[in-house]
Design a protein around this ligand. Structure first.
Ligand SMILES: Nc1ncnc2c1ncn2[C@@H]1O[C@H](COP(=O)(O)OS(=O)(=O)O)[C@@H](OP(=O)(O)O)[C@H]1O
Ligand SMILES: Nc1ncnc2c1ncn2[C@@H]1O[C@H](COP(=O)(O)OP(=O)(O)O)[C@@H](O)[C@H]1O
Length: 147
């Protein structure tokens, strides 16, 4: 018996192709690069540069940009703390799926609350979630990267 919410009849369906097989096919390791920082700190610019650089090295990536996702998946959310938390939760779930598919998923969101980012980190193995914090130090962004 499986219980999800109020339902007792929702069961996990295994796929015939596993993550390792997909990664082998793509010749890369699926992971999430999570870029966090204030509005205007350079998140989208870094996400685009990274995606372009990975492409030139033959690696497949996909950008989940907060601005773009608020046009569709998250169009019902505003900017109250609980809406931002739900925004990050949804994007974390999608990023997890992309990483499981074998892609290098670059998530670029303000994501101001550490607890929300840590909840996304907890969905993946330790080395598969790389966080880059953009700090505005003087006129130019500084990057702090942690795994
Ligand atoms: N308070 C408020 N009011 C109006 N608009 C706002 C606000 N906060 C953010 N923004 C704009 O929304 C863009 C995406 O925000 P995020 O989804 O990354 O925010 S969050 O992670 O949920 O905190 C964000 O994009 P960036 O400027 O690229 O960060 C802003 O354009
Ligand atoms: N390393 C950098 N040095 C100088 N300007 C930058 C740098 N990165 C981004 N910018 C500029 O800062 C502005 C905000 O960048 P953007 O990537 O849109 O930030 P965010 O996605 O965090 O809102 C843009 O005009 C961009 O060209």
């Amino acid at each position: 018996m499986s219980t999800v919410g109020n339902s007792t009849n929702i069961f996990w369906q295994e796929s015939p192709i596993g993550k390792l097989e997909r990664q082998k096919l793509l010749n890369q390791k699926g992971c999430v690069v999570w870029i966090t920082g204030l509005s205007g700190s350079g998140k989208s610019t870094l996400a685009c540069s990274l995606s372009r650089e990975l492409c030139t090295r033959g690696k497949l990536s996909y950008i989940l940009d907060g601005d773009n996702l608020r046009h569709g998946l998250n169009k019902d959310l505003g900017f109250k703390a609980e809406d931002r938390t739900e925004n990050i939760r949804r994007v974390g779930e999608v990023a997890h799926l992309f990483a499981d598919a074998g892609l290098i998923c670059i998530a670029s969101l303000i994501s101001p609350y550490r607890k929300d980012r840590d909840a996304c980190r907890a969905m993946l193995p330790d080395s598969s979630f790389i966080e880059a914090s953009l700090l505005l130090n003087g006129s130019y962004p500084d990057y702090v990267v942690s795994t």
